[in-house]
Design a protein. Structure first.
Length: 138
């Protein structure tokens, strides 16, 4: 199993909307960056993803699980880009802010810091565990 981070602007799609989508989950669509789309294609069923509120908040607020691997994004008229389907798993007890991530020297190589505009990115296992601890999940 791999770990990922998915960014969403909370005024477009928030963790609360994700929760309301229930067990059927929701499409993670609208990604138009080729590197981010490649990351979506590499996701497997059962992979876990941090749910990050970008622009407003700038914090990891929850975890979602990939329940359907990549398929042609129905919002893409060109049919070049893909989406995945994700289902809500957990809300972090304490959201983990970008500011606090930047303060943690063990997370200095995280794509969230190095490629701040990328909307879908892998998270290594060590960083995943550190962030879980920061968010009071473990």
């Amino acid at each position: 199993m791999k770990h990922w981070l998915l960014k969403s602007e909370p005024n477009v799609w928030s963790i609360d909307q994700q929760i309301k989508s229930g067990s059927k989950g929701a499409d993670w669509d609208g990604v138009r960056n080729y590197q981010a789309a490649k990351n979506l294609r590499n996701m497997k069923k059962g992979d876990l993803c941090f749910f990050y509120h970008s622009n407003i908040g700038k914090e990891i607020v929850g975890i979602v699980e990939v329940i359907k691997t990549s398929f042609i994004d129905p919002t893409d008229k060109s049919k070049k880009f893909v989406a995945v389907k994700v289902r809500f798993k957990n809300k972090l007890k304490s959201p983990v802010t970008l500011e606090n991530i930047k303060k943690n020297k063990d997370l200095k190589d995280l794509a969230l810091i190095k490629q701040s505009r990328l909307s879908v990115m892998p998270i290594d296992t060590k960083s995943w565990k550190i962030i879980l601890k920061m968010g009071s999940i473990i």
